[in-house]
Ligand binder design. Structure first.
Ligand code: KG4
Ligand code: ZN
Length: 347
């Protein structure tokens, strides 16, 4: 089955073609970073309008790269949620209209399930069951994945998502949007031990975590250093390194607990923050300390992309599709609302 996938849940417009026999045939992505950088964060209305502008040129480029035409597509998949409602609607209307015109099957997929599926884009695919750690701009979830589509949430952030905390702290340090990658670069020059950062909830025996206290701590530290006129470039790098190390410790410890509780022998890490090299190393160290295997998608599939959407669609479209003519999206959509589908070859 050959699936055309669309991603438009936030500030990236992306299109990809995934073929169950041949794998990924093509993918293209337009990042709206420059558009939102001016405002220091994503402006939802601007994001939606820009998706409208980008979809047709991206579609042409993707089909060109794959060297195929639209009629050779068997089905379409788009991100139905969670995400920004206006941005989601643009992708949903585009994909459903195209599906209707071509008389092909179409399905709205879950963005977080697609992030987890990103690991299946690699040559060596993760085996089930596994523990998934999803760390993105909007979600922080530890989820036990017994088989494709069967999710049990073991822990989550009680307040800010990890990516959100990275972005907010980056802003406090005067870094440009998008904050996460900029903070990682600054942290590489800093001393993580100079400032004593809290590790919220790290001693608690559940798998939940919290990052808003750590964020507030950084805010107060920045204010204090500003007042004493000692907020120089060294201090900024040391704060960034200290913050990143605290987040890494919390994620590592909560993941360790979740592995212990679930008995999973495999960990799959996904979502934008899993592109962070420091956090990758922290989580990778669980291979030695716990004797498990840890899998990350290639960095280009950690952040939002359409390859993961096309792949997820390719798997689910064997069993289910949307025959409604109306368009609806789910800006809020718990992963556990999904139903399991039978394991098929492409996984
Ligand atoms: O998965 P994603 O692309 O979009 C959502 O579904 O949210 O994740 C975006 C988040 C942003 O908060 C971004 O700052 C963060 O992932 N991020 C990073 C890095 N790259 C992206 N955070 C820390 N270090 C990075 N290298
Ligand atoms: Zn995402």
């Amino acid at each position: 089955m050959r699936v055309l996938g669309f991603e438009s849940s936030c500030d990236e417009t992306a299109i990809a073609v995934y073929d169950s026999e041949k794998g990924l045939l093509a993918h293209s992505l337009f990042s709206q970073v420059d558009l939102h950088a001016l405002y220091g964060g994503v402006v939802p209305e601007l994001a939606a309008r820009d998706h409208v502008r980008r979809l047709i040129p991206l579609l042409k480029a993707t089909l060109n790269e794959a060297n195929i035409d639209l009629v050779s597509i068997d089905a379409l998949a788009y991100t139905k949620g969670p995400g920004l409602v206006g941005a989601l609607l643009v992708g949903a209307v585009f994909a459903k209209t195209l599906a209707w015109a071509l008389q092909k099957r179409v399905l709205g997929v879950h963005h977080l399930e697609a992030h987890l599926m990103a690991a299946h884009l690699e040559k060596v695919k993760p085996c089930y069951p596994y523990l998934g750690l999803l760390v993105s701009g909007g979600h922080t979830l530890l989820v036990s994945v017994k088989r494709p589509g069967e999710y049990r949430v073991l822990g989550q952030s009680l307040d800010d998502a990890v990516g959100e905390a990275f972005d907010k702290v980056a802003k406090m340090l005067g870094l440009p949007y998008p904050g996460g990658p900029a903070l990682e670069r600054l942290a590489a020059e800093g001393d993580a031990l100079r400032f004593n950062m809290p590790r919220p909830m790290i001693k608690q025996s559940d798998c939940n975590c919290s990052f808003s206290g750590l964020k507030t701590h950084v805010m107060q530290l920045v204010a204090q250093l500003k007042k004493s006129q000692s907020l120089n470039s060294n201090a900024l790098a040391d704060i960034a390194a200290g913050f990143q190390a605290a987040v890494g410790d919390c994620l590592q410890e909560k993941t360790r607990l979740a592995i212990e509780k679930s008995g999973c022998q495999r960990l799959v890490v996904a979502g934008g923050v899993s592109a962070n090299e420091y956090i990758r190393k922290q989580l990778l160290s669980l291979e030695d300390s716990m004797g498990i295997s840890v899998v990350f998608p290639n960095k280009m599939w950690c952040t939002d992309n359409a390859a993961m959407v096309a792949l997820t669609g390719c798997w689910r479209l064997h069993k289910e599709w949307d025959s409604e003519t109306g368009v609806s999206v789910q800006p809020r959509w718990p992963l556990t609302d999904l139903i399991a589908s039978d394991l098929i070859d492409i996984l």
